[in-house]
Design a binder for this molecule. Structure first.
Ligand code: C2E
Ligand code: CA
Ligand code: CA
Ligand code: CA
Length: 275
């Protein structure tokens, strides 16, 4: 019994710890957002099937923490979602990405949007005013949403997606294949592009025919729906060759380019507005 109680206390201690850590991260993130310090966006180019032509870039958030160093975005995004800060964070990301893109020759920039942002009734208006403010054409912005957004499909979400698409903003279904989207969801929601999750791309060089059959099916589905298809997480030449052979339109991954600092990105041929 003593032991059991001891264990419980250790567990309770861990819980307090976790909560404290989260609170700390929360307040630090708040400061970073308000002061605009420590957080930034990096950009990973997305290529045509030739592996050379840059079609656009995905904005990915980075936060260099004073003490803990670089924190994985998935981690602090989850905290921002939990603590009601994702609206502010998401707005900063959208504004920053549009402001950056307007000063470049990037054909488009893709921005990850949390399902919680989309649930907010003002989201489409927020995007519209950021586009007006920065002067970026709607066609040069793509927003990446996940399948869970289509599943819950509230009125607010549905209307926001329709309004955005109507205005010319591209809608990309991210992490495609990992969620529950069915043909009917895809048909009901107007999507411009499907992005195959890297967990599937990774299967391509294990030499197993059934793995590549899955990727082939995902690409065929995109083609049948007449939407573009991107593969993310392309790390090997073998994956690239197979994907292109299957008719994949766009490629993204370390093989072609890692996420880049803005200055690095602008050294790529044709991307700087001064070129
Ligand atoms: P995601 O949207 O699926 O983004 C792709 C992730 O894969 C990025 O991780 C990217 O750096 C990484 N990646 C790119 N190429 C390769 C590759 O060849 N191999 C491997 N192993 N990884 C590759 P990152 O930057 O750590 O972002 C993780 C996730 O955090 C993103 O997944 C996205 O869901 C979320 N995220 C990042 N930035 C934002 C943001 O500004 N807003 C929101 N809401 N979410 C964001
Ligand atoms: Ca993404
Ligand atoms: Ca993914
Ligand atoms: Ca994602």
């Amino acid at each position: 019994k003593k032991n059991g109680r001891g264990r419980y206390q250790v567990f309770a201690g861990d819980m307090d710890d976790l909560l404290l850590r989260k609170r700390k991260v929360e307040s630090e993130l708040r400061n970073a957002l308000n002061g605009g310090t420590g957080i930034k966006l990096v950009y990973q180019p997305i290529f045509a099937a030739d592996g050379k032509t840059i079609l656009g870039a995905e904005a990915l958030i980075r936060w260099a923490h004073e003490v803990h160093g670089a924190l994985p975005p998935a981690q602090f995004i989850a905290i921002a979602e939990e603590r009601g800060m994702i609206g502010q964070l998401g707005k900063w990301v959208l504004h920053e990405a549009c402001r950056f893109a307007i000063g470049t020759r990037l054909p488009w920039v893709a921005v990850n949007v949390s399902p919680l942002q989309l649930r907010d009734f003002g989201f489409a208006e927020q995007v519209a005013s950021i586009l007006t403010e920065t002067g970026l054409a709607p066609e040069r912005l793509q927003i990446e949403i996940t399948e869970s957004v289509l599943l819950e499909s509230s009125n607010a979400t549905r209307m926001a997606l329709a309004a955005l698409r109507q205005s010319g903003v591209g809608i990309v279904l991210d992490d495609f294949g990992t969620g529950y989207s069915s043909l009917s969801y895809l048909r009901r929601h107007a999507i411009d592009k499907l992005k195959i999750d890297r967990s599937f791309v990774r299967l391509l060089d294990d030499g197993d025919g059934s793995s590549s059959a899955i990727v082939r099916a995902l690409i065929d589905l995109a083609v049948a729906l007449k939407v573009e298809v991107t593969a993310e997480g392309v790390e090997t030449e073998e994956q690239k060759v197979q994907l292109v052979g299957m008719g994949c339109h766009q490629l993204q991954g370390y093989l072609l380019s890692p996420p880049l600092e803005t200055t690095q990105l602008l050294t790529l041929p044709g991307l700087s507005s001064g070129d």
